[in-house]
Design a protein around this ligand. Sequence first.
Ligand code: AKG
Length: 433
Amino acid sequence: MKRQATSQDVVNRERGYIPCRREVIATSLFCVDGASTVLRRMSIAVVRMEGSSALGTQGLVEELVAGRRPVVVSGLAPELDGLRSEAAVRERLGDVEILVHDNYTVGTQRWLDGTIEGYVPTQRRVAIGTYLDEARAGRTPLMCAERPLEGGLTCLPALKALPPFAVATLDRFFLGAAGSHSHLHFDGDARHVLLHQIMGRKRVVLIPIAATWKLLPVGNQSAVFLDRFDADDLREFLVFVGGAEVQLEPGDSLYMPPGIWHYAAYPDTCMSLSQRFLPQETPMRRFFAQHIHRGVHWLHWIQLLPPGRPAPALTEGFVEVAAAFFRPYETFGARYAAVKGAMRETLARLDPSYRDRAYANFRLEPYEEALWRGRGLYEDPPPDGEQPTSAGVGEAATRAGLPQEATARLLARVGGDATARAALLRALRAATA
Ligand SMILES: O=C(O)CCC(=O)C(=O)O
């Protein structure tokens, strides 16, 4: 059935976006605002950007970031057009050495199988030409995933600059033989991603944050192995989780918003380049990045925090979590548990998509605690030596935009003793620092 044109279609046309039909499993929508008629379903817009687009690359990236929905744009990185075939890659990059290594799934798999002890990942350096020979002969299980552009890779053509707000940018390189895959995960750095498909096809599954509890989350990995699904099961699973799968062709770029779950399968030997970037950091996002482990609670919190100043209810919740963090504890595990408890309580109040029980479960706590111990998180924060006074707390709360009732609630919740008040003061300051 033909879809009715919407006012967004008109805007898209004016801006130089051309909707183009691609296979998208589960749901598909072809306008850039992704105005979904299927509630709670992921929609992926697939558009082609004309050279004459009124917005230009920077304007488009601004729109993508504001929309926070996955979009496939073709024609966004013409700088890479000279590398669309294996022959061209061999000619221009054949001698460039890269690091190839075990698929990251191997570690997750071994942990779940109880064979992680003593596991040493395989890795070696190889010229791209040699790797392509091995891939052709079906001789390599190794891949090059998310490597920085160093050494010979610096000769890749420079991409157009991102808008100035994309302050912390990283470029990352991927090359994998046909049959490779990247395990289902969300990125622990909360960056926005533009994944440019250079050569070969790649199929990417995208699953919204709201479906986290159906994915058996373990840190930022899922214990669901999509590489073992057949096509029918995958289709049904995507309906269950409200996800979608899209096939990227050479010349396509996929925008992934922060925190989205993703899995990539390589039907061909394929090569990609990603630009990973952060919009302006806020004090609250910085606190989560510096102190909190990358698990599902972190994911929900990062998603809630807006680019500007949050509404008072959100600030109040943030201060509760930060106050739990700044209190003194006897052990690492006690702080970890208290902060997790505060995240659970605040999310239950603030985020309608949050569930505090996974749909299937096993004993994750010891693993998670072991994962984060020794990484500088949940250690005692250095004392700031300040004596908290009521006036100091009131002033910091006003600066954080909290009304008096919220401050009174926070004081009642965190307790009235001096250590609790000191933690509250530091938490209020963290909200605006
Ligand atoms: O393309 C891939 O193999 C995975 C991409 C990915 O995980 C990322 O860009 O964050």
